[in-house]
Design a protein around this ligand. Structure first.
Ligand SMILES: Nc1ncnc2c1ncn2[C@@H]1O[C@H](COP(=O)(O)OP(=O)(O)OP(=O)(O)O)[C@@H](O)[C@H]1O
Ligand SMILES: [Mg+2]
Length: 221
């Protein structure tokens, strides 16, 4: 089953007279039970792509569907509803509310989507290796711990589409392995995962790798 599809996405940024062509005609789809890795140099458009796929950002051209529903050029309330129910997104930073503990950040996401599951809450915290940091506040977390907490928040509502920007960017080898097995288990439940990663271990683990260069897909394995 097709979980997400992007058709001919364009995204341009304008800062004064300067124009950046961040995405230039990107098309892709991710099926249920697939993990797809996105790789490419800094500035190639990876984060922009994730933002457009999640509906956090609007492409200037093309469209995105999630579970067959168009999310592009829809009112923000509608996009927010689809996002809350179907998409989990872990960005490179800013995934956690500073005044809430790790546990409360995850719980808030569950509340927002109306899917409260305390068994899943405990399992998630354990699997991302944050049992000891469960009641810690974001300002007291290391980079790797913040990344793992962000991933747990993204997975809290069991979204059918999980988008993660460098989920193992700042974690050690063992934690990376743990996160990969969590993602694999997640995928097997029928979900789709798209991860931006510089890690070759993560890319090799994925079912497919999409290479972005200068806003375009250069090859699609
Ligand atoms: N809000 C913005 N305003 C203007 N330009 C932007 C904005 N966001 C991104 N860009 C530009 O668009 C291009 C793509 O940026 P993007 O963040 O998608 O790259 P990336 O592949 O995620 O890079 P990195 O690996 O460093 O995270 C870059 O040239 C960037 O400078
Ligand atoms: Mg980025």
């Amino acid at each position: 089953m097709r979980i997400v599809e992007a058709f001919d996405i364009y995204r341009f940024y304008h800062v004064e007279e300067e124009e950046t062509l961040a995405l230039r005609g990107v098309s892709l789809s991710v099926e249920s039970e697939e993990i797809v890795a996105v790789q490419g140099p800094s500035g190639s458009g990876k984060t922009t792509l994730l933002s457009c796929l999640s509906g956090l950002d609007e492409p200037d051209g093309g469209y995105v569907t999630i579970m067959g529903k168009h999310i592009t050029r829809k009112p923000e309330v509608e996009r927010a509803k689809i996002r809350a129910q179907m998409v989990g997104i872990m960005l490179q930073s800013g995934n956690l509310f500073g005044h809430l503990s790790v546990e409360d950040n995850i719980k808030l996401q569950m509340h927002l989507s109306g899917k409260i599951d305390t068994v899943w809450l405990d399992k998630l915290i354990e699997e991302v290796g944050l049992t000891e940091r469960r009641y810690a506040f974001p300002m007291h977390l290391s980079g790797g711990e913040s990344a793992r907490a962000g991933l747990a928040v993204a997975m809290a509502a069991k979204p059918v589409l999980l988008l993660a920007d460098e989920p193992t960017g700042e974690v050690d080898f063992n934690t990376e392995k743990q996160i990969l097995s969590l993602l694999d288990e997640y995928r097997k439940k029928g979900n789709a995962v798209l991860i931006v990663t510089h890690s070759n271990a993560v890319a090799n683990f994925a079912n497919r790798i999409i290479h972005l260069f200068d806003g375009r897909i250069v090859n699609n394995e």
